[in-house]
Design a binder for this molecule. Structure first.
Ligand code: C2O
Ligand code: CU
Ligand code: CU
Length: 459
């Protein structure tokens, strides 16, 4: 539904049987009965209101990942939607009797209002329930939310059925077809053997793209825009085309988490950590008709090394707007780290007591930063292992890695950056407009659930 100022959506979160496998149904938690959930589409600057009704057996919280969203609607893990009849103590497990919870749980439904005062970008929405985000997302709570704007519409980029949002997510299945997740409660955190086994998070051996295992997509010999989203809990991918097109550089990146890059960047492979988005253009006219072009993951062998495939059909006439990828895409004004008002350091560490930031697990009573709106800040992220670090509220720019220039996948506006073992990554961020409580955390969802998260409070 749409009116003069606002686009409205309603989503009922409910269980549903998915038909992912040939021979068995998969019971799932869904946004409206499907996985991924419905793709929401918004115009930059136009308000979108999404009413989420919770008919699942557990609390939920909905986060628009990459959204420039006021605290009220950001899906802070404390702001749960309890199912009708749900127990409010269920909303903040582990917090009961301890610190006063910052959250405002509601029962039944919540209206999330998104101003979307931001540029065109590939956003996604997913569950953010305190302590159970990994399980909820694994069971199906994730979907795309695309934002369009005039600047991007005016560019000659592939549109319509040649603009493909691709949600890549690994899963494993039990013999009866159910999603197999090692724990649906906090025992994952308490049993030492299990904790050790899932130090790297939970991975699956089946790769789903938009909910289908290893799909094959027929394509005409034209450019296609692939909006690659790694919605996996913990698996990272090094995506490449196999075979590569003659001359290489088959993945022409045009955008990242926060929308268009200044100029396209051609890659042979792209490293995609959990939650990152890479918008790429692939020109299938570089292949002969009849070629099967596989999108592969060079970080895995066997089935987990295959993602999907494109079958290149016969010759198609190139429409005028497909002639080239524009050499200039957008303005990306650089944040100058020398002008930062504040520099903060955060150490991401797996300790015998849990997954910690600056020596402690998530504690809403102890926010780790109080940024002033409008100030430029430099955050120095230091890590003992791979931690894809995600900030809510505003996009940032990568300034350096270990004191050297940012890497090949660090371009443009980002909201998630993979901090690698023994690495220090500096990012520059300016929080704007919305005062309140937000989170930043590791987007390895098992690390997040095991408390590698902290609040920051803007004012
Ligand atoms: Cu996509 Cu706080 O997360
Ligand atoms: Cu987010
Ligand atoms: Cu982590």
């Amino acid at each position: 539904r749409t009116d003069a100022t606002t686009d409205h959506y309603e989503i009922t979160q409910r269980t549903a049987d998915l038909h992912i496998l040939d021979d068995a149904a998969t019971p799932a938690w869904t946004y409206g009965g499907t996985f991924p959930g419905p793709t929401l589409v918004s115009r930059s600057g136009r308000r979108t209101v999404v009413v989420h009704r919770n008919r699942l057996p557990r609390p939920v919280a909905v986060h628009l990942h990459g959204g420039h969203t006021p605290h009220d609607s950001d899906g802070h893990p404390g702001d749960a939607i309890l199912p009708p009849g749900g127990d409010p103590m269920d909303a903040m497990p582990g917090m009961a009797g301890g610190t006063a919870t910052p959250g405002r749980p509601v029962t039944g439904e919540r209206a999330y209002a998104y101003p979307l005062d931001q540029r065109a970008a590939t956003l996604w929405y997913h569950d953010h329930r305190m302590g159970f985000t990994g399980a909820s997302v694994w069971l199906g709570l994730a979907g795309f939310h695309l934002v369009h704007d005039d600047e991007e519409d005016a560019l000659p980029l592939p549109k319509g059925d040649r603009d493909l949002p691709l949600m890549i997510a690994d899963r494993s299945f039990a013999a009866d077809g159910a999603f197999r997740y090692p724990a649906l409660d906090r025992t994952l955190r308490r049993v030492p053997g299990v904790t050790a086994r899932y130090t790297d998070g939970v991975r699956g051996d089946v790769i789903l793209v938009n909910g289908t295992p290893w799909p094959v997509h027929p394509v005409p010999r034209l450019r296609h825009r692939l909006r690659l989203l790694n919605a996996s809990n913990a698996r990272a991918y090094r995506l490449a085309l196999d075979p590569p097109p003659p001359g290489g550089g088959g993945l022409v990146q045009i955008g990242g988490d926060g929308g268009l890059l200044a100029a396209p960047a051609a890659h042979d492979a792209i490293d995609v950590a959990p939650a990152e988005r890479f918008d790429v253009v692939v020109d299938f006219a570089r292949y002969r008709p009849g070629t099967r072009v596989r999108l592969v993951n060079r970080l895995a062998t066997g089935p987990a090394g295959q993602v999907m495939a494109f079958d290149v059909a016969g010759t198609a006439a190139r429409p005028a707007e497909d002639a080239t990828v524009p050499a200039r895409l957008s303005d990306v004004p650089r944040h100058d780290p020398a002008r930062a008002a504040v520099t903060r350091s955060f150490l991401f560490q797996n300790t015998p007591d849990g997954w910690h930031i600056n020596g402690r697990g998530y504690d809403p009573a102890r926010p780790l930063a109080r940024p002033r709106l409008g100030d430029l800040e430099v955050w120095r992220l230091v890590s003992d292992a791979h931690h894809p670090v995600h900030l809510h509220l505003d996009h940032f720019q990568v300034v350096s890695r270990n004191g050297r220039a940012p890497g090949p996948y660090d371009g443009g506006w980002k909201d998630t950056v993979d901090v690698r073992p023994a690495e220090a990554v500096e990012i520059a961020v300016r929080f704007t407009r919305y005062a309140g409580r937000f989170v930043f955390h590791c987007h390895n969802l098992e690390h997040e659930d095991m408390a590698m998260m902290a609040d920051f409070i803007t004012s």
